[in-house]
Design a protein around this ligand. Structure first.
Ligand code: HEC
Length: 304
């Protein structure tokens, strides 16, 4: 018996043959588990179909809010040479990869795209349109379904330089820029008024500000709690407040983080009653005497 066993391990082939059924069962098991979880496996490995830019945390540079260069009507018809030169620069860094150096829609990055990046030399089949308002719309909104991104971050004057660079160099008979076209764009996008650009701060800076605000709030809350404790003996308003809340800490932090209630007893009652579920107050605030509300309000306003 032991001799026979030994001989199985001695001969690798016999050993392999003997273990084959077990191996088969294990593989079959793995197969069954895999097939059962196919849904999840697929879900986890499929790339997102649409690029979701909201998940990207970009470190923004510090910049002040600004009204970007307003454009005038003459500029829309014929931007300066410098702006067109700027447009050329933007074209070669941001557009040529898809639309090709000569605007034929044959850039390397666009080869696999369907529809193909626009060949600016052709007048057929534009999705928006080849006139100024269509091209402006394309840059403002993008044609996301077809892989053409929006370039709305480009300031209005640079966008005009870019569009005119494309018109002058690639397009055969670009549609005339009429006063009606200009009015249409201006009504829609308020170009002559200037584009407002909100100021930005780096994300890490914003987080620091939030944390600082939190710390300030905590400090305020601590002092409000302390004052409540001392005042509750002498001040009727403080006592009324204690009576009206389920959770004084919650109620105080609710009031500290929302200043609107300080406008008067009416706003106070409105805000408190509207948020009763989460602000630490009791239903009692619906049935309090007006004069008591007033006293409570005065106490809170003086101490917060
Ligand atoms: C990732 C590739 C890609 C890049 C980069 C790109 N485009 Fe496009 N663009 C496309 C595709 C694809 C289309 C075709 C969309 C369609 O036909 O609906 C298109 C179409 C257009 C159109 C024509 C829209 C119409 O009405 O049919 C304009 C104008 C345009 N792009 C301008 C630009 C400019 C200017 C830049 C650079 C700032 C740029 N594109 C960068 C891919 C790209």
């Amino acid at each position: 018996m032991s001799e026979q066993k030994k001989s199985i391990f001695d001969n690798p082939l016999t050993f392999l043959a003997a273990s084959y059924p077990y191996l088969f069962i294990v593989l079959l098991g793995i197969g069954v588990i895999y097939v059962k979880n196919l849904g999840t496996v697929n879900e986890n490995s499929l790339p997102a179909r649409m690029f979701d830019s909201t998940t990207i945390v970009k470190e923004l540079p510090v910049s002040d809010p600004a009204i970007l260069t307003a454009v005038d009507i003459a500029m829309m018809k014929k931007p300066s040479d410098e702006l067109i030169a700027k447009g050329k620069e933007i074209y070669s860094t941001s557009c040529a990869s898809c639309h090709g150096a000569d605007g034929k829609g044959d850039g390397a990055a666009g080869v696999a795209m369907n529809p193909k990046p626009r060949n600016f030399h052709s007048n057929d089949g534009w999705t928006n349109s080849a006139d100024l308002s269509g091209m402006w719309k394309t840059l403002q909104e993008g044609i996301s379904a077809n892989g053409m991104a929006a370039y709305d971050v480009l300031p209005a004057d640079q966008r005009l330089g870019l569009i005119h660079y494309i018109r002058n160099n690639f397009m055969t008979n670009p549609p005339e820029i009429t006063d009606a076209t200009i009015k249409e764009i201006d009504d829609k996008y308020q170009l002559t008024k200037g584009t407002f650009k909100p100021g930005t701060i780096p994300v890490s800076g914003a987080v620091a500000i939030l944390a600082k605000e939190d710390a300030e709030l905590v400090k305020k809350l601590e002092s409000a709690l302390k004052s409540l404790e001392t005042k509750s003996k002498s001040d009727i308003g403080a006592r009324l407040f204690l009576d009206a809340v389920l959770d004084k800490k919650l109620a105080l932090s609710f009031l500290l983080s929302n200043e609107e209630w300080k406008e008067g007893t009416d706003s106070f009652l409105k805000i408190v009653r509207k948020n009763l579920n989460g602000n630490g107050f009791k239903y009692k605030v619906f049935s309090m005497e007006e004069s008591d509300v007033e006293k409570m309000y005065n106490y809170l306003k003086s101490s917060l």
